[in-house]
Write a new protein. Structure first.
Length: 319
């Protein structure tokens, strides 16, 4: 079964106790996540590394690349890497559960080094557009054929989104999340992001990150070809309810499946898979048809990555 035969998830931080950014990650750990994702119907995903130390980033990239080199199923399933951090806003609310002390301005030299360590596997990077050097970073990443997405950002004005889009930004990361609770009613990224004509709106449809009535508004307000669903699943997913401690701190998985970060009083990723998101979208409360679910949860994610798909496949075949 190829990646295109199942759901495609552009934001997978881990699963079944494995965190892609932990310092002890092994290739066998990566395979465990691959097996768990495929068992749940996700046949292609981006392994996502959130804000952590440079040493952890480089270790994770090496291990993920090694897993793809030595294991055909890993190579087929892991379509690349999504770096969600550390080039994000450090303002409360915008930073979400990302540790403030690790967040910094975009660094082209560091990113080029990481891409080299990964053997070109980084296919998506999330940055805050207002940080110093962001526009130059977007231009360079676009030259490298990496999809740049704006997220965990205080940038919201349409003129600024337009400027970043002209520089090469192509998407918005988990639109509606990574934002403070006390936003102005009208002047915020949810509205301008939803209205932007070219930026693809990635969003988490697990039923926890966004209420179902908001999901319904999203799929009615934006063109369907500009919407991409992600799960944002993290390492406690697939485990029993309880309190878990990773290298970035403690999180609590409730019996309902809701995951929270006590340290920042924020959501801590999702315990759900794309199949769960599809059930939410296809529910009477949201009302998206199954054929449109396929567009948002398989076709559109592949389309967003299409610019580099052949290059990554050729690299994998040559390994």
């Amino acid at each position: 079964m190829s990646a295109a035969d199942g759901w495609i998830d552009l934001q997978v931080n881990g699963r079944v106790g494995v965190d892609f950014m932990r310092s002890t990650l092994t290739a066998d750990d990566v395979r465990r996540v691959v097996d768990a994702m495929r068992a749940g119907g996700t046949t292609g995903f981006l392994a996502t590394i959130c804000s952590t130390t440079d040493a952890n980033v480089e270790h994770s990239l090496r291990v993920i690349a090694e897993a793809r080199r030595r294991d055909a199923l890993c190579r087929e399933t892991i379509l690349g890497v999504h770096l969600e951090g550390p080039f994000l806003s450090a303002e409360d609310g915008f930073s979400g559960s990302h540790p403030h002390e690790l967040l910094r301005d975009p660094d082209i030299a560091a990113f080029e080094r990481w891409q080299d360590v990964a053997g070109g596997l980084v296919r998506l990077v999330t940055i805050a557009g207002e940080r110093k050097g962001a526009e130059a970073f977007v231009r360079r990443a676009a030259e490298m054929k990496v999809v740049v997405s704006l997220g965990h950002t205080a940038m919201w004005e349409m003129k600024d989104l337009d400027r970043m889009a002209r520089a090469g930004a192509r998407a918005l990361t988990h639109l509606g999340n990574g934002l403070p609770n006390g936003l102005p009613r009208h002047h915020n990224l949810m509205w301008t992001g939803l209205a932007h004509p070219t930026l693809v709106k990635m969003f988490i449809a697990d039923g926890f990150h966004l209420p179902r009535e908001v999901l319904k508004a999203y799929v009615r307000a934006a063109p369907l070809d500009k919407l991409v669903v992600v799960s944002d699943c993290v390492y406690p997913g697939g485990l029993p309810p309880g309190t878990y401690r990773g290298e970035d701190g403690e999180c609590v998985l409730e019996p309902s499946g809701f995951l929270r970060c006590p340290r920042s009083n924020s959501l801590y990723g999702s315990s759900c898979l794309m199949a769960d998101c599809v059930r939410v979208l296809n529910s009477p409360e949201v009302g998206l048809s199954m054929s449109d679910c396929v567009r948002l949860c398989r076709d559109n994610p592949l389309e967003l990555l299409a610019e580099r798909a052949d290059a990554v496949r050729s690299s994998a075949d040559a390994s």
